[in-house]
Structures are given as C-alpha cells and as structure tokens.
Design a protein around this ligand. Sequence first.
Ligand code: SF4
Ligand code: SF4
Length: 169
Amino acid sequence: MASSLLRTLIPFDIYGGMKLTGKYFGKVLMQANRGMKRTHIVVEYPETPVTLQPRYRGRLQLIKDEQGEIKCVCCLACEKICPTQVIIIDKGKKEGRKTPYPTRYDFEMERCIFCEFCVESCGFDSIILNHQFELATYNREDFAHAVDGQFQNMYDITPVGHYSVAAEE
Ligand code: SF4
Ligand code: SF4
C-alpha cells in the first residue's frame, strides 16, 4: 500500500502518465481534424441526447414475459448475492400461476452499488440493470422501489433520460 502510494508520488511516474495522456489526447485531436469534425468532448445534455454503451448499468428492473407476467420465480438468488442487501423478496402465490410470485420485491436504490451481481445470478432472465441514468431525487423515499412502488415501480421504465444506446461491438 505504502509502496504503491510512493510510486504514485514519484515525479517520473507522473511524467510517464502525463506523456501517455498527451499522446492519446493528440491522437484524438489529429483524427478529429482529419475528419473535419468538431471535437466535442462535453455533451450539451439534455438538449443533445447522450449515447450510452449497451453494457451501461442503470436502475434495477423486473422483466415481464410476453403475457405481461413478472418473470421472477422467487428463487431468492439475487437477494442472497446482493452485497449491500438492498433486495427483499417475499415469496407468494398468484391465482392461475404455477410458479411462485413475488408478492414483495423491494429494492432500496440508495444503497445499490450497480455491481450487477443480482442480474448475473438470476437464472431466469427476470431482472436487468436498465439504461436509466437520471436517478437523482430530492426525497430519500423515492429511492425505495417496489413491485407496486408509488414513484417508480420495478417493471416500468420511467422515461426521464434523453438517450440512445450504441450498437453492440
Ligand atoms: S446491482 Fe449489486 S448492489 Fe445493486 S441490487 Fe444488484 S446485487 Fe445489489
Ligand atoms: S434471481 Fe431472478 S428469479 Fe430469482 S428471485 Fe431474483 S429476480 Fe427472481
């Protein structure tokens, strides 16, 4: 730890870092000039929508199937693996449904670290981290999401952000 801190503080390393940054900055400028493009590094959001990468991790969202049913079958894998324990599920039943139904799926977004462990652990493709990035709010209560949440429920996207998603490479 101490040695890595020292290494960071040695001027030679700082010089090396700045040299590398300068090299890539110059490269970007050269490419932009060759293509006669304006070098916009800052996006004038929200007037100009941003382009998000496909793997961007936004808000946790429950997925529904073609019949409009919540896909979650309450295996509890996501609840158990979540390192900050922000998911609470109550296993229940729903008339006409063979698999268990989450009568409660609470998600406390204020403590979510967007690690995506929950999504990776779900063997039923029932949850995703969607592309919602405008997640700020004035009230802490608004970070509490649930199956039937007041502010935002767990399966509908609230279209607050102006964005498009880049194609997969
Ligand atoms: S992204 Fe990580 S912290 Fe957030 S709910 Fe999923 S497992 Fe928990
Ligand atoms: S891992 Fe998937 S199926 Fe299991 S409880 Fe979580 S969302 Fe539901």
